[in-house]
Each structure stands twice: as structure tokens, then as C-alpha cells.
Design a protein around this ligand. Sequence first.
Ligand code: SAM
Length: 238
Amino acid sequence: MSEETEEAPPDVHHYQDRSEVPWDIQNYWAQRYKIFSKFDEGIWLTDDAWFGVTPEPVANKIAEHMASSAPAGCSILIDAFAGAGGNTIAFAKSGRWKRVYGIEKDHSVLQCAKHNAKIYGVQDKITWFEGDCFEILRNQLKVLAPYSAIFASPPWGGPGYRSDDVFNLRKMEPYSLQFLRSEFSLFTENMVLYLPRTSNLKQLAMEVKDDKKVMVMHYCMETSSKALCVYYGGFNMQ
Ligand SMILES: C[S@@+](CC[C@H](N)C(=O)[O-])C[C@H]1O[C@@H](n2cnc3c(N)ncnc32)[C@H](O)[C@@H]1O
């Protein structure tokens, strides 16, 4: 890479050895090449971002599914919660989209995403926005709405998120399922939500209007589900 002079913000790291890694990230450290296969090329992460990145094989599979099932007129993909770039990079690599937009509100995390996209050689295919995705969709990207699909991997949390067998998406924090659906529907019905594997399927189905279908796909690694994606709108999963 040519950007040896690129300065990481103070809360961004490329750990090189387990001894440098904070204790609560040590489990994730063991999976670093699953998270980013090019980890050793200098991947940047904030300590919080480790918990939320979509592992590369899962991100690639989602990108493949979205590419093959998106409505024909959809040429723009907006990653509303870009994080450190796990999904955004996979979408850009897929080659399906005329343009990929990545929105992230945390400055340091966005710097990670930009830097990581360079490592994967896809920086020229992505337009980045720093700020609140709901405002940016409403105020800056509205003109793209007729050609766009949204992918959203929101932060996961809320009462019972770790303990309940079936997670109540009405209580998801900071954004409930209903909030995400109603905000993103103002922009487009073509949306894919990346949600906890224990998500309440009845609640997902209640968001489907009339006789439309919705597809829920679990994404697994090493025989266990990491998460599910729910495909709304014109996505046509066979
Ligand atoms: C689970 S992470 C996304 C991980 C990402 N898919 C990846 O693979 O790296 C969720 C991200 O959403 C960001 N976020 C939360 N609320 C946001 C908002 N309103 N607008 C934009 N970004 C937001 C957080 O800062 C966090 O980085």
C-alpha cells in the first residue's frame, strides 16, 4: 500500500500481537482472518468496531445474494450503517452496483472503513458520508431513491438481546424494527436488514404489506447462525 503516511485517529488500531489486544476483544482476535482475510495488510478497527463487523465470508455471501436478487432498475446500494466497512467492501467487490454509498456517524469508525476499502482495492467504487443515515437519506440522497436499495446492519442491543431465546425487535436499541422500517420506507421499500439470529420472525412478517412475500435467510459460519437477513421490497430470492 502507498499510504504509509496515513495517520490513524488515536482510537483506531491495527493490533499486531495478542498481547496488545484488550481482554474483551481477545475472542475476536482469534477470528481476525475470518473478519478480514487481509487483516495483516494493516486493517484498522476501533475497539468497539470489533464487535459489530460482519465477518468477510458472511458479507460476501450477503453481497452475492443481494446482487442476484435485486430488482433490475436498482443500480445504487446504500449501506446505512457502514461501520468499519465489512459489508460495504463486499458490495463494492461484487461489481453489481453502479455506485455503493457508505454512511457512518462515528468519525473514527468511518476512517477505518475508508482505510480498509483501500486495502481491498475498492475505494474508487464507494462514496462515503459521515453523519446520521436517516438525515442523509432524507436530505442528501433523496434524488437517488428510485434507483436504490438499502442494506442496514444497525447496532444490536436492548433488553433480552443476549438472554432471550426469541428477541423482541420492538425493544431493539437504539433503533427498533418499526423505526428502521418506517424511516427507510420513506426512501425505498427495497431494503435488507441484518438482524440478530434470534429475531422474532412473527414481528418480521408483520412488517409485510398485503400479499407480498418476505425472505428471511440465516447466515452461518462453522455450523452456527451468525445473523439473519430479511429481504423486503423487490428482492426476488429464488
Ligand atoms: C453493527 S455496526 C455496522 C458494521 C458493519 N456492517 C461492518 O461490517 O463493519 C453499526 C454501525 O452503525 C453506526 N451507526 C449507529 N447509528 C447510526 C446512524 N444513525 N447513522 C449512521 N451510522 C450509525 C455505528 O457507529 C456503528 O459503527
